[in-house]
Design a protein around this ligand. Structure first.
Ligand code: PAF
Length: 284
């Protein structure tokens, strides 16, 4: 596996691989790779000839009181995992390589509307940070396809809209959420949790499944269902940020005539803010 930190060397390598007729797949990550990330790399492997995984803890998507400094960095383990599953190239730039010497004076990519609610509301500037770094990675790597996890479903829709609006010629591939045996969605932030908190955190997925079941049975009092789930989680000690039943195409709050749903949840469990969602359609 090639391990590269500078843009020029990466471009030289990718020009050569493209000239040899290979398609390129990109998996952007912030490292601390778990099985969920490895599934993204496997998907890229199945869809492209040459796989680039990037590891970059992007300062622009962290708020001033968030966990940028504490974000788990496990580069040695990550390199071993990527090499073992046949990743062709790890791109691990420094902050200066991506942003130059003035992070504050950057050109920023913002995706309106989709970025405004849910995580966008609780983490002002977060999605502009994500869209900016992902557009830089797309320009640097110029992949044929790029793979993202669907746990960050709002992020996925925002990147999809950015690709459409900015005319990136890149196929986006979303990969289903990977879970612990008891249902908790895999996340780098699960690392901060004690065994007891890990067990407790599975309740988020149980609530999502329960509300999904009620909607499939015909309950369309969505605000009541949301309130029930928030109460159940709050009573169990979670600080719920949002639990929202939405139209899965545009993330507007679900309306009675909708058929395609996503239920988005974010809650604080001990030191970790956890995200999860379920997506489903009503049989027509
Ligand atoms: O989902 C993530 O890990 C990050 O938001 C991403 C897409 C790598 C951008 O920094």
């Amino acid at each position: 596996m090639h391990t590269i930190s500078d843009i020029k060397s990466l471009r030289n390598l990718l020009n050569a691989t493209r000239q040899a007729g290979n398609s390129v797949g990109l998996v952007p990550t912030m490292g601390n790779l778990h099985d969920g990330h490895l599934e993204l790399v496997k998907t890229a492997r199945a869809n492209s000839d040459f796989v680039v995984c990037s590891i970059f803890v992007n300062p622009l998507q962290f708020g001033p009181n968030e966990d940028l400094e504490a974000y788990p960095r496990t580069l040695g383990e990550d390199i071993a995992k990527l090499a073992a599953i046949g990743c062709d190239c790890l791109f691990m730039p420094t902050v200066a390589e991506i942003y130059g010497d003035n992070l504050q004076a950057q050109t920023i990519v913002t995706v309106p509307e989709l970025s405004e609610n849910y995580c966008g509301k609780s983490r002002p500037g977060h999605f502009a940070g994500v869209a900016t770094v992902v557009s830089k990675l797309f320009n640097i790597v110029q992949p044929n396809s790029a793979v993202f996890g669907l746990k960050d479903y709002q992020q996925y829709l925002i990147i999809q809209k950015m690709v459409t609006d900015l005319k990136f010629d890149i196929q986006l591939i979303g990969v289903e959420i990977q879970r612990e045996a008891h249902g908790l969605a895999l996340s780098s932030r699960n690392r901060y949790l004690s065994d007891e908190q890990l067990q407790k955190a599975a309740l988020i997925y149980q609530c999502l499944l329960d509300i999904k079941k009620r909607i499939l049975k015909g309950d369309d009092n969505f605000s009541n269902l949301e309130a029930m789930a928030v109460e159940r989680l709050t009573d169990s000690g979670f600080a719920v940020d949002y639990f929202a039943i939405c139209n899965s195409a545009n993330l507007q709050r679900a309306a009675k005539q909708d058929c395609d749903f996503v239920i988005l949840a974010a809650a604080q469990v001990g030191p970790s803010r956890l995200l999860d969602n379920v997506r489903f359609s009503l049989a027509s």
